[in-house]
Design a protein around this ligand. Structure first.
Ligand SMILES: Nc1ncnc2c1ncn2[C@@H]1O[C@H](COP(=O)(O)OP(=O)(O)O)[C@@H](O)[C@H]1O
Ligand SMILES: [Mg+2]
Length: 357
């Protein structure tokens, strides 16, 4: 029996377009002997549709409703009912990678690929993630955090004294370098803070790590396995890995898989990446982004719980380098999620039956 896999894509996120590119690949390369893929697109407005394939024209699909019944969860379209065996959320950023969609699926008892509610929420929030990593003894760049109410008390001279120059300003809860700025002088400072608060009520200011940008792909659960690290070499034209460097300028970066590193450094990166993955309660897969400073120190920057699957994405490339094809990688992810779901069924959730009511 082929398993029906609902591929969720699009979404209410600045990364809507990236998600479409990722999901298109998953829909194309999923092993159809084993799985029956169903494409479910979420428009930028947040409407859900079943589409024939993964497409940018999500709204041309059939509108869907979710049957709110955890005993027999299903989606209803005008002409048919979809009963998924498993959901594969290929959503990046807000509402898709931050635990909200995961919560909806969990409440409907729908098995899903990837990290659950708590891990997604923690990983997506840069402030929470950094606090958790620091608590676990994993090196992160020094940081300060401010809420919107504290905005007037953020003083350039004090931050410069504490973190040095330049420093990085970021929104706590976003991706794709939106709301991220590098501050080199007091002149950049005000703009950077305003930009970061445009997207969130909480802002992070970090010590700038001069060095190389390294990524490590993690796969599996008991135990998770780390790929060889890859490197993103950013053109000197850019001050950092900005939105334009990521998505607009095709010439901005050079990708190296694997990264040219000393064996000792490679092992350090792999170990720290697995530790970070465990600390942030990740499941099935994730991409850990790190910095290797010019002095040779490794810092974890962030974890992406639904990394990109586009043609230029590091996650599938890093596994290809290890001999796992795109298609086998998708099969592996679905199998991992399936095993995890079966295992979770042993947990007693029938709390109410303990009481007479
Ligand atoms: N502490 C830092 N030191 C040096 N560069 C940084 C630092 N933090 C972020 N950057 C740069 O900004 C980019 C985006 O920041 P990141 O925290 O990864 O946000 P996003 O989730 O939007 O990708 C990084 O890839 C890197 O180029
Ligand atoms: Mg990043």
């Amino acid at each position: 029996m082929r398993k029906t896999v609902a591929i969720l894509y699009g979404g209410r996120s600045v990364e809507h377009g990236v998600s479409i590119n990722s999901a298109r690949n998953i829909f194309q390369y999923i092993n159809r002997k084993k799985f029956n893929p169903v494409a479910i697109g979420i428009s930028e407005k947040g409407e859900w549709y079943q589409t024939k394939e993964v497409t940018a024209d999500i709204e041309k699909g059939e509108p869907l409703s979710l049957i709110l019944n955890a005993a027999a969860p299903s989606f209803k379209a005008k002409t048919k009912k979809i009963v998924p065996d498993i959901i594969f959320p290929v959503l990046h950023g807000t509402d898709g990678e931050d635990g909200s969609v995961q919560g909806l699926l969990q409440a409907m008892n729908l098995p899903m690929v990837g990290t659950g509610v708590a891990g997604s929420a923690m990983s997506m929030n840069k402030l929470v993630a950094k606090k958790m990593l620091k608590l676990a003894g994993i090196p992160v760049a020094d940081f300060l955090a401010f809420s919107f109410e504290e905005q007037s008390s953020i003083r350039f001279d004090i931050i410069k004294k504490k973190l040095g120059l330049p420093f990085m300003v970021k929104s706590a809860n976003l991706g794709s370098s939106v709301g991220v700025s590098k501050v080199k002088s007091e002149k950049d400072f005000k703009k950077a803070i305003q930009e970061a608060f445009r997207y969130d009520d909480s802002v992070l200011i970090e010590k700038y790590i001069q060095g190389r940008e390294i990524e490590c792909a993690i796969l599996g659960n008991d135990p998770p396995e780390a790929s060889l690290p890859g490197e993103i070499v950013i053109s000197k034209k850019y001050e950092f890995y900005s939105f334009d460097a990521k998505y607009v300028d095709g010439e901005a970066v050079q990708i190296k898989v694997p990264a040219l590193l000393e064996k000792r450094v490679t092992e350090k990166i792999r170990t720290l990446s697995v530790q970070a993955y465990r600390t942030l309660m990740c499941a099935d897969f994730a991409r850990v982004d790190l910095f290797l400073s010019h002095e040779g120190r490794v810092f974890v920057n962030e974890i992406n719980t639904i990394p990109g699957f586009t043609n230029s994405s590091m996650f599938p490339m890093m596994w290809q380098e290890r001999g796992i094809s795109f298609s086998d990688l998708i099969t592996k992810l679905i199998d991992l999620a399936d095993q995890r779901y079966k295992k979770s069924q042993r947990i007693n959730r029938g709390y109410s039956s303990l009481l007479k009511y």
